[in-house]
Write a protein that binds this ligand. Structure first.
Ligand SMILES: C[S@@+](CC[C@H](N)C(=O)[O-])C[C@H]1O[C@@H](n2cnc3c(N)ncnc32)[C@H](O)[C@@H]1O
Length: 267
């Protein structure tokens, strides 16, 4: 067995042992709180970071995600802990308890986190594709009452260059769709079919609303909804969309609150 396929032995600091032993192992309130605690505490108070750094799939995926793009910027602005948690979801959960469907990303910028997930999926989740959605021309209109960003924030990205780079590193499981979520998801999602993980990283209220509402009918039972932004100080608009739609309207409870928000689709 290659090192990349060895099981992880997640160890936590001893003060957590009693609490963990009494946690329910069955999903409750639509989320698997045991897994959420294990990943979050494993990253904050345990050895998941060390396990990632010792895992050749993680280290290569991270190297590709952090590679310098032609504009001199790293391909991803997503921080290492958030990437590690995406990896932990794939390694500890999706590879052991598969959920039908593919991975979608809403907000790709220079493609880094999509590249990270595609490399990890290629090794951990055979047959799973990653489809990234973005204007590739910066933010569309933002909500002046809730968002701090203005239209056009984030750079325009050379999508031809990004596609060439993705092909050059052999990621034939990754593709991109250009346009606003409102304009593209209605036609793209029926072709994708089911979704097992949605990484929502679009920073603003309207983007989160569109991504969640348009993807919801395609989420497999138990699918992961990972929100990169709502706990970031510049993204209260993104959090407001989560509060309104997932928390208040749909009554969902978070599976994980560190390093980013994770919910599960209950139906
Ligand atoms: C923080 S960046 C994404 C970062 C990226 N995941 C990475 O690895 O660095 C946010 C992106 O969301 C995109 N975005 C926001 N709202 C959108 C919408 N409604 N439709 C399409 N793209 C949108 C922006 O164009 C921008 O590139």
């Amino acid at each position: 067995m290659s090192a990349s396929n060895t099981e992880w032995d997640v160890q936590l600091q001893s003060f957590l042992n009693d609490g963990f032993s009494r946690l329910p192992r069955e999903p409750q309130k639509g989320r698997d709180i045991y897994s959420g605690y294990l990943r979050g505490c494993g990253l904050r108070f345990g050895n998941i970071g060390a396990l990632c750094l010792a895992d050749p799939v993680f280290t290569k995926a991270f190297e590709l995600a952090r590679a310098t793009a032609p504009d001199g910027q790293p391909r991803t602005v997503v921080n290492e802990l958030n990437l590690a948690n995406l990896f932990a979801i794939m390694k500890l959960n999706l590879s052991r308890q598969p959920i039908p469907g593919h991975i979608v990303e809403y907000g790709c910028l220079r493609g880094g986190s999509a590249i990270f997930m595609a490399y990890a999926a290629k090794h951990l989740l055979p047959g799973v594709r990653v489809i990234g959605f973005d204007t590739f021309a910066g933010l569309p209109d933002t909500n002046p009452n809730t968002d701090v960003y203005d239209r056009g924030a984030f750079d325009t990205v050379d999508l031809d260059e990004l596609r060439s780079y993705v092909a050059s590193i052999g990621l034939d499981n990754l593709s991109f769709v250009k346009g606003t979520f409102d304009a593209t998801l209605g036609t793209a999602l029926p072709g994708i079919g089911q979704v097992c993980l949605a990484h929502i990283d679009c920073d603003i209220y309207d983007g989160v609303v569109s991504a969640y509402e348009l993807t919801k009918p395609y989420l497999s039972p138990g699918a992961y909804l990972v929100f990169d932004d709502p706990l970031v100080p510049t993204c209260i608009g993104a959090f407001e969309a989560v509060e309104e739609l997932l928390v208040r309207r749909d009554g969902l409870h978070a599976e994980q609150i560190f390093p980013h928000l994770v919910y599960r689709h209950p139906d």
